[in-house]
Design a protein around this ligand. Structure first.
Ligand code: NAD
Length: 313
């Protein structure tokens, strides 16, 4: 049995990762401030500390427990929201990384795995994007994530094994359907189910790489198994390009009722298009995705409709 810290286990990705680790028989701790997460998402048996990862007093509440690895997922996860309060974004997404890396070093935790983002790339050519591409961030969120990546790299020089996973558009059951400023699939699906109307901010020609939550959690687990030293960063996507128009068509096809669609406005800091080259993660840690977009979207739509019915008794 190993002992892990999964920050942000009340959130979408952290809760699924924490649940999986508990099912595997491990001991799991979490820190979560419940800003976008829900207490009921935190799996049973997880040791929960409520508070901010950028708060030294909260980190001290870990009592110098030695973790086999720290998975740092807690943070503000929207480029758009980072424009509301850039200083808060820096604290929640970057200062938190620094404090956790420092804790890892002090307590001889050898491994830190970080939830970075495809947003670090900004505008790029219409081709699969590699980890070596130049980073041209368009939002404060992306700038903070790049800074965290550099902290990981510097701490690897002190002996930590650090990994940044640049997650592309993660979707799937459990995604927050109330936060209409984060998560393209969840936003459109929530609008469709709640209002029978989808408002798309931006062009239908924009494109993304949609990766299912179960595949993403597997990437975290495999990154943890990777025994190579130093700092590494990997794209976690499918390598498949889908336009926004294509996504909307697929959502409509899965719904048992009619939905109207309107395109107007735009979102600050939004990239026009991006999809991943996934050769590096495949070659170095053996990860690839197993859930096709059609299958994943079908599972998510069924889950979202069921959840809505349950909420309305
Ligand atoms: N969902 C995606 O498509 C996606 C893509 C790229 C990167 N990411 C990154 O993955 C991570 C998890 O994303 P998610 O989709 O699960 O988001 P989420 O909002 O569902 O989960 C984040 C969790 O962290 C908690 N939290 C936020 N700030 C905190 C802080 N300062 N201290 C303690 N807890 C805090 C929230 O309450 C929430 O439970 C984030 O770091 C995000 O930037 C997500």
């Amino acid at each position: 049995m190993s002992t892990y810290l999964v920050t942000g286990a009340a959130g979408f990705i952290g809760s699924v990762l924490a649940k999986k680790l508990v099912e595997m028989g491990h001991e799991v701790y979490t820190i979560d401030n419940l800003s976008t997460g829900f207490r009921e998402n935190i799996p049973e048996l997880v040791e929960f500390i409520e508070g901010n990862c950028q708060d030294k007093n909260i980190i001290e509440e870990l009592n110098n427990v030695h973790f086999d690895a720290i998975f740092h997922l807690a943070g503000q996860s929207s480029g758009e929201i980072s424009f509301d309060d850039p200083v808060y974004d820096l604290q929640t997404n970057t200062q938190s990384s620094l404090l956790l890396l420092d804790y890892a070093l002090k307590t001889e935790c050898k491994k830190v795995i970080y939830a970075s983002t495809m947003s670090v790339y900004g505008e790029q050519p219409d081709e699969p994007i590699r980890e070596t591409n130049r980073l041209i961030p368009k939002s404060f969120y992306a700038v903070g994530k790049i800074a965290s990546e550099h902290y990981l790299r510097i701490y690897s020089e002190y002996g930590l094994h650090t990994t940044a996973l640049r997650l592309f558009n993660v979707y799937g059951p459990g995604q927050n359907m109330k936060n209409l400023r984060q998560g393209m699939v969840s936003i459109f699906l929530a609008q469709a189910i709640d209002n029978r109307h989808i408002h798309v901010k931006g062009s239908s020609e924009r494109y993304r790489d949609f990766v299912h939550i179960d595949d993403v959690v597997q990437a975290f687990l495999m990154a943890n198994e990777d025994r190579r030293a130093g700092y590494n960063c990997y794209n976690v996507g499918t390598g498949v390009r889908h336009t926004v128009g294509n996504l909307i068509e697929k959502i409509l096809a899965h719904l048992p009722f009619d939905v109207t669609v309107e395109y107007s406005g735009s979102t600050p800091g939004d990239q026009f298009g991006i999809y991943a080259d996934i050769q590096k993660i495949r070659n170095e840690i053996g990860w690839s995705c197993h859930i096709s977009f059609d299958e994943g979207l079908k599972r998510m739509t069924e889950w979202a409709i069921r959840a809505k019915e349950l909420n309305h008794g």
